[in-house]
Design a protein around this ligand. Structure first.
Ligand SMILES: [Fe+2]
Length: 329
């Protein structure tokens, strides 16, 4: 069941918008066959140009909880580093998406941020959707400055900086993107443990602008805290994979999922947060997918791993499966 591959063909046509190369900003980060450029503070373009045609490989990692200063956690972090390095070697992703609780930034002043260097040194472009433990003593904008090979964005909300951003993916330097990825910040403290209203408004606005420009790419959403529909999916027994703990959707009341439904473009929501859950299933036309806990200093008994997402940019479709540092059959 863990290895069940899910293929979902997106029902949208080819995007008609042109985002000319000349409009692209500075090259942000570069992998072997992938280049990321920043277009705006909240927008990146990924160009994927493989030597021979193949799907784009994204590794979702989550809940690594790095950086605690006690000796036991340090040892556990070392084990996580070794396994993640092997995971990357085994599965050769083009891009890594960390869906939050990267670091125990809420653990006090002695927390180490060296995991950022470890991720940068993997040599794979990466991004990070904030988790509740990432938001703490050290301001987000400050620890993000340490990231050398990560593309992370933000926009100015009505009262504060909001850490939501998007990627549009093109293949072989085509002007028209064929897939998009949206990253959200699902907050840290109640009653704000959910995607904020300004981020939902931002997403609606992005959809409106895209529609005006004829951009209709299918898209995935990356959110640390699962939306309440993950609980509904479990209750309806429509899921595959591990259910090992109550779904902590925290303060989410359905507004985020409603925005995704309204868009008609979000095909999958990838989350973390609940380390004992890694299930997935289709809910009201959108696939809900837990990642797999990645750090040994985090709670939970599941063997650590990740989730490999393959995007076929020609077919505008994606598939995913759990991924481990030792390939399993
Ligand atoms: Fe976590």
């Amino acid at each position: 069941m863990d290895r069940r591959e899910f293929l979902q063909t997106a029902g949208t046509g080819v995007a008609a918008v042109s985002l000319a190369t000349s409009a692209m900003g500075d090259e942000k980060s570069k992998g072997k066959e992938l280049v990321i450029k920043r277009l705006e503070s909240d927008r990146f373009m990924i160009d994927f140009s493989p030597e021979s045609p193949r799907p784009l490989r994204i590794l979702q990692l989550t809940d690594t909880h790095f950086g605690s200063p006690d000796a036991e956690s340090k040892e556990e972090d070392k084990r996580s580093y070794a396994e993640i390095a092997q995971l990357v070697k085994t599965h050769q992703p083009d891009f890594i998406v960390h869906t939050g609780d990267f670091i125990n930034n809420d653990g006090g002043p002695l927390i180490s941020f060296e995991a950022i260097d470890f991720f940068d040194d993997l040599g794979i472009p990466w991004t990070h959707a904030l988790g509740n433990h990432d938001i703490g003593l050290r301001p987000v904008s400050q620890f993000r400055k340490l990231m050398k090979n990560a593309s992370v964005g933000e926009f100015k909300g009505p009262t504060k900086t909001e850490f939501a951003f998007r990627f549009d993916v093109t293949q072989n330097r085509a002007n028209d993107p064929s897939f998009s990825i949206f990253c959200f910040d699902s907050g840290a403290r109640s009653p704000g443990r959910k995607v904020s209203q300004p981020q939902i408004d931002w997403f609606d606005e992005q959809m409106k602008k895209d529609a005006e420009e004829g951009l209709k790419t299918p898209a995935l959403a990356m959110i640390h805290i699962p939306v309440v529909e993950f609980e509904k999916l479990y209750a309806a027994k429509k899921y595959d994979g591990n259910y090992g703990e109550r779904v902590c959707y925290d303060d989410d009341k359905g507004d985020t999922f409603s925005a995704f439904k309204r868009s008609g473009r979000i095909k999958g929501v990838f989350s973390g947060h609940d380390h004992q859950n890694d299930y997935h299933g289709l809910w009201d036309g959108i696939e809900l997918v837990y990642g797999r806990v990645g750090g040994w200093s985090a709670y939970g008994d599941l063997p650590r791993g990740g989730r490999l997402i393959e995007i076929d940019l020609e077919k505008q479709a994606y598939a995913h499966k759990l991924a481990f540092h030792q390939a399993k059959s």
